[in-house]
Ligand binder design. Structure first.
Ligand code: IMP
Ligand code: MG
Length: 188
């Protein structure tokens, strides 16, 4: 897999720490459209609850649900797993728990990126206890480095290079979430 950036970041939104665009806005939009079709096809019947894991999934979730041509509901989960650093602490805290009833519904958990898998393992265990009709994961990005996943993501936007990525919802210390593309960050 190439870890080189596709192109330098557009000057208007970049700063010196943004190294280069890895997935352009155009490429993301095309892939999100495909994911929406795949997801609709996977759920021919039943109630579907799309559960976005905040904050990282907020832009992806907004684009994704508008590309899923079937009835659905949206709610959110807030889990905090990272501080200001670029490595996983392994600690996952639930800050907001969905009020929506999960029992008997198809739950699609939407995550920005699967890294160590700690966050998802914790959440999958918790959500399964609420007796959903089914539980699947949709991740925009997957680093493919997680050793033991309770549940592998059924829908994945892109395999991610082994870089720290920002933009399109992904942050570094709460910055860069607004970038319309996904970029790599210089370590410094
Ligand atoms: P995991 O628990 O190690 O799988 O980490 C998942 C969470 O860590 C994601 O939801 C992100 O919020 C954050 N994360 C992991 N890798 C990156 C990255 O490359 N850029 C930004 N955030 C990341
Ligand atoms: Mg984060």
């Amino acid at each position: 897999m190439s870890v080189r950036a596709e192109s330098p970041p557009p000057a208007a939104t970049a700063d010196e720490r943004v190294a280069g665009v890895v997935f352009s806005a155009k490429r993301i939009a095309a892939r999100v459209e495909e994911l929406g079709q795949d997801i609709a096809a996977h759920y021919p019947s039943g109630e579907l609850l799309v559960l976005g894991l905040l904050k990282g999934s907020f832009i992806f979730l907004g684009d994704l649900v508008r590309n899923i041509p079937r009835a659905l509901q949206v709610d959110f989960l807030v889990a905090a797993s990272y501080g200001a650093g670029t490595t996983s602490s392994g600690d996952v805290r639930l800050v907001y728990d969905p009020e929506t009833h999960l029992e008997g519904k198809h739950i699609l958990l939407v995550e920005d990126i699967v890294d160590s898998g700690n966050t998802l393992n914790r959440l999958v265990t918790l959500l399964r206890r609420r007796n959903p009709r089914s539980l699947e994961i949709c991740a925009l990005l997957h680093k493919r480095i997680a050793k033991e996943l309770e549940l592998e993501a059924r829908f994945v936007g892109f395999d991610a290079p082994p870089l720290f990525l920002v933009g399109y919802g992904l942050d570094h210390a709460e910055n860069y979430r607004h970038l319309p593309y996904i970029a790599s960050l210089r370590e410094s």
